[in-house]
Structure formats: C-alpha cells, structure tokens
Design a protein around this ligand. Structure first.
Ligand SMILES: NC(=O)c1ccc[n+]([C@@H]2O[C@H](COP(=O)([O-])OP(=O)(O)OC[C@H]3O[C@@H](n4cnc5c(N)ncnc54)[C@H](OP(=O)(O)O)[C@@H]3O)[C@@H](O)[C@H]2O)c1
Length: 283
C-alpha cells in the first residue's frame, strides 16, 4: 500500500488523490513543489528530491508532459532506479517508450509503459482503462495498485506497444474531435447552439457501425465499392467545403480530407470503397 507519484499536472494530481482515497501511503515529487500542497494537506509526503521519491517505494507512477520530462527527472538519480517498477503513464512515441524502457533497465529498473484513456476526472472510476505493455511479471506484481487508477488492458511485452495503441487512439481522437468542433462551428455560425445540436452530434459521431462493417474488409484488402465510393466522398466533401465557406468558416480541415480522397480518385480508385484510403495513406 505504498506508492510514489512523480508529476503533478492534472493527471498526476488525480492519480495521487486516488491513492490517498484508497488509504495508500503516497510519496509525491514535482518539479514545481507548490503543486503538491493540496495533496500534502491530505497526508501525502513530499519527497525532498528525485532520489528520495524513487527510493520511497517499489512502484513509481510517472505522468509527465512527454518523455523528455521523464528523462530529465530520472537522470537526476539513475542509481535509485534499481529494483523499482516505473509505471510510465506519459504520452510519447513508441520509439521513445522503448528507448526509455531500455535506459531504465540498464539501471536495474523496469518500465511498464501505459497509455491512459480517460481524462483526470475518470481516474479511479469504473470503466476507465489504460493500455499497458512491458514486463508481465512486474505488471502482475503491481496489478492491485495500478487498478486503483484504472482498469488494465495489457497488450504484451514490447514496451512500445502501449504507446503505439495510445497514439493510434489519439490519431482517431484528435481528427474525430476536430470534426465535432468544426461541425459545431458550422452549426453555431447558423445560430444553432451546441446543446441544441447535442443529440444529433452524439448520433453522428458514433462510428461503431462503420468500424465493425469496415474492419474485416480492410483486413481482407477488400475495397469493393458496393455500398460507398471514393467518387461519392469527393462530391460530398465538396458540398461540406462549400457550405462551410458560405458560413465564413476556415475550411482547412475539410479541405485536407477532400484532398486525401481526391488523391485516391486521381490514382484510379474512384469506384472503390472509402476503405481504399487505408492504402492511399501509405502511398
Ligand atoms: N489531461 C488529460 O486529459 C490526459 C488524458 C490522458 C492522458 N494524458 C497524458 O497524461 C500525461 C500527463 O497529463 P497532464 O494533463 O497532467 O499533462 P501536463 O500538464 O502536461 O503535465 C505536466 C507535468 O509534467 C511536468 N513537466 C513538464 N516538463 C517537465 C520537465 N522538463 N521537467 C520536469 N517536469 C516536467 C510538470 O511539472 P511542473 O508542474 O513543474 O510544470 C507537470 O508535473 C501526458 O502525457 C498526457 O498526454 C492526459
């Protein structure tokens, strides 16, 4: 029931608070110590330095802006990594996750890479999940403590995998959410408030039907245009661009999508399904 949390941005703060809620003995460290005040008031211990934070317990949870921040912190006390499991719940590329795992291993520690799929208010609530990858034995040894934060979706031994799955999710999240914001900007330009369009937005943004329909076809390389075509997408996107233009909106986002479909069309795939883009994007 002992844990160290390094990094007290909104996410690390929520994590340390979740451990305090469950009665853990919590040590925290942050570059800006003032951010620990509310946690210390609740019983957390503020370590005087990185070495003391690492040595306080077997499990060290890190939630920082990126791996540059992680490394800038850990290189202050590499000798204190021996025997520690670092649950590195920091977003960055798979390559950086692998490199940091190797560096931590060279100093006698173990990195479990994590990709948290919930915003800070979701920490400690049912249904929240984190991708993990890395040493399975370390994960099992610390399962109970990690499950205080979120459920565990373990992907395998490669420390880059959790970062890869997380970035795939972020690719979908950022373009999808920008789609929502762009569409709502169009609605707002026509005097339709976000709360009025909410139910229509929720239905439109639910892509489950499409993902389930397309996934087996993508895997089979089957891009038959029996239900939708690239030609149709080009025409539809031109209507979107013209409607957004008429409303005085910046059209950079739908134009970028339109150009991608036009590329598939120009390559002779006008009659293919929208799934053809999974190939066009590699060309
Ligand atoms: N917030 C979300 O909704 C959310 C959701 C899922 C996943 N995540 C991921 O969780 C991680 C943390 O999220 P967050 O919202 O808490 O991010 P954040 O606000 O960017 O994290 C800030 C933390 O990183 C530290 N930091 C940054 N650069 C540093 C450096 N060079 N040296 C030492 N410390 C440094 C900050 O220290 P100071 O306080 O001293 O500045 C602070 O503790 C990120 O990787 C993020 O992508 C976030």
């Amino acid at each position: 029931m002992q844990v160290t949390v390094i990094g007290l941005g909104p996410m690390g703060h929520a994590m340390a608070a979740a451990y305090l809620d469950k009665g853990y003995d919590v040590t925290v460290w942050n570059r800006t110590p003032a951010k620990a005040a509310a946690l210390v008031a609740r019983g957390a211990r503020l370590a005087p330095g990185v070495a003391a934070a690492l040595k306080a317990g077997d499990l060290v949870v890190m939630s920082l802006t990126d791996y540059d921040a992680v490394h800038a912190i850990l290189e202050q006390a590499p000798e204190a990594l021996a025997g520690r499991t670092v649950a590195n719940l920091t977003s960055d590329t798979p390559e950086r996750a692998r490199a940091e795992a190797a560096w931590i291993a060279a100093h006698g520690g173990v990195q479990l890479t994590g990709g948290v799929q919930t915003p800070p208010p979701g920490i400690g609530t049912p249904g929240a999940e984190t991708y993990y990858s890395g040493d399975a034995a370390a994960l099992e040894a610390h399962r109970a403590a990690l499950e205080v934060l979120t459920g565990i979706d373990y992907l395998g031994e490669d420390p880059g995998l959790a970062a890869l799955y997380y970035q795939i999710g972020m690719d979908m999240f950022w373009t999808g959410l920008t789609g929502y914001l762009h569409g709502q900007a169009l609605a707002s330009a026509h005097g339709i408030p976000a709360e009025k369009f909410l139910e229509q937005a929720v239905k439109t943004m639910n892509f489950e039907y499409f993902a389930r329909f397309y996934a087996p076809r993508i895997d089979a390389g089957d891009h038959a245009g029996d239900v939708d075509t690239v030609t149709m997408a080009v025409a539809s996107l031109e209507h979107v661009v013209h409607t957004a233009e008429a409303a005085g909106l910046d059209t950079g986002v739908p134009r970028a999508v339109l150009e991608t479909f036009r590329r598939a069309h120009a390559a002779g795939h006008g009659g293919d399904s929208l799934t053809r883009l999974t190939e066009t994007l590699k060309e």
